[in-house]
Design a protein around this ligand. Sequence first.
Ligand code: PEP
Ligand code: MG
Length: 594
Amino acid sequence: MSIQVFGIPVSRGVAIGRAVLVNSSRVDVAHYFIAEDQIEAEIARAISARDEVVRELETLKADLPSDAPHELAALLDVHLMLLHDEALTGATKQWIVERHYNAEWALSAQLEVLARQFDEMEDDYLRERKADLEQVVERILGALAREQGRNPVDAASVVQRDFAGEDPLLLVAADIAPADMMQFKRSIFHGFITDIGGKTSHTAIVARSMDIPAVVGTREASRLIRQDDWVIIDGDAGTVIVDPSPIVLEEYRFRQRQSELERARLARLRHKPAVTLDGEQIELHANIEMPADAQAAVDAGATGVGLFRSEFLFMNREGELPGEDEQFVAYRAAVEAMRGMPVTIRTVDVGADKPLDRMSAHELRHEHVLNPAMGLRAIRWCLAEPSMFRQQLRAIYRASAYGKVKLLIPMVAHLSEIRQILEITKKVQQQLTDAGHAYTNVELGVMIEIPAAAVMLPLLLRHVDFVSIGTNDLIQYTLAIDRADEAVAHLYDPWHPAVLQLLASSIAHARQAGKSVSVCGEMAGDPAFTFLLLAMGLRSFSMHPSQIPAVKQRILRADAGRLANYIQDVLNSDDPQRSAEFAFAAYRAESKLQ
Ligand code: PEP
Ligand code: MG
């Protein structure tokens, strides 16, 4: 029976495919396709891992002391029985043979199927056996990981995407951390659905950067959707249709084709300069997470990187955080890929919904802070970890010898923070000079994402070269709602008068002071806000590369001078969204635009 699940649209377009359910605690399990001639070997891997666990458990059972409670031996027997159960082993084999899943993926896919069956059991005793099954699967996954450590996967045998004859796959999970989402970049999935999350949670931001349809905050998709179900993701409306009827499927296939045509049409704007009808040159920069993303920025026609979220270099690491040299190599790679265009590197912004795998001793002490979004995040964390901060700054300054680098500090709220930063950057430059490292002039900017910073912007502007407005956090902190919490997602409102007033005044103050100002939050990449931001006087936007063409199209149709005439009405309105829609419709009619 077809059902619909409603969530928050975070990445546009339509995706149609089969559901791959992934348990949140197992999102880091490797998901890749194997080639036809690898099937036998992959089954052998799965069986040998299973046999290793059988041997482990048999040894454990044999070594049980004579006075051990008999429940222990009985439990080991249950686990051994599960290991030999066809429902686990036979079906795992089937996923490998029929779908060409790697052994780890096949095993966790089958676990999801069986776990659902256990959940539906009436009998309490049987229902509780799910935990045993999970433990057994974890053990096999452990054995596979050890084997993988000894024989890493041969990249050539991995079939990354579009395996011939395969249906597209859509990932369904209760929650995916931003760090895990990064693992899925360039992965086999054509769409994402999660139970948790808001429109500007970092998980949503990474999904958007992958430019595939995604819906978050569905609350119960992972409970309602079963492994392998046919699913449609409508990333524009935020709906998920499970087991669609043939008519609905056909309708969405049509929409999918339409949206692909539209994208192809927009892609032709790539080489067109972003200039308004009245000749205002607009900067369209890219937000990136990794140096490799710089190529997508160039391909999309970005004229610089307006936000390099450097914290993603610090995630998914087994051991130490990246040191100065490793970071330098990464920043230089991004700078070189941009071929002389500016690269704005934001210093590490961890905390809140982006925890590090390895927390510093200092942070561990604060692990149980009640309100991480207001805790030791971003610049606060950096100033609490001065040696890490100096390392990062040295790496950024060293990259400046290879192109134009700008330094951006997140979450500034106090002038004292800027004073400390200025002192530290001075010291770092001296250290580099002493060590004989080359660097050039690096402009210093701060992010405006805390209302306090927006309100006292004229004071801040005396000390910095540029500002970048992070609307994701500015909205979160102005309206006091957690951007990653779907329970308050309906209150996350970029059109709120307080948000618009802070935005408009920040842009105006920066312009008056003759300092450059950009917006790098998600509002910049949403064409619904392009006219509004131009009307406020914004001339520099930074967004995910995939959003550049749609925003550019708006810019090419805008007369920035005439749009500015409408802004006071919008700012004074009780209902700015309606007022803006009305004003811009009038503008279009007057300009004979569609
Ligand atoms: C923002 O807050 O708008 C921003 C760009 O930074 P991030 O989304 O990484 O917090
Ligand atoms: Mg932010």
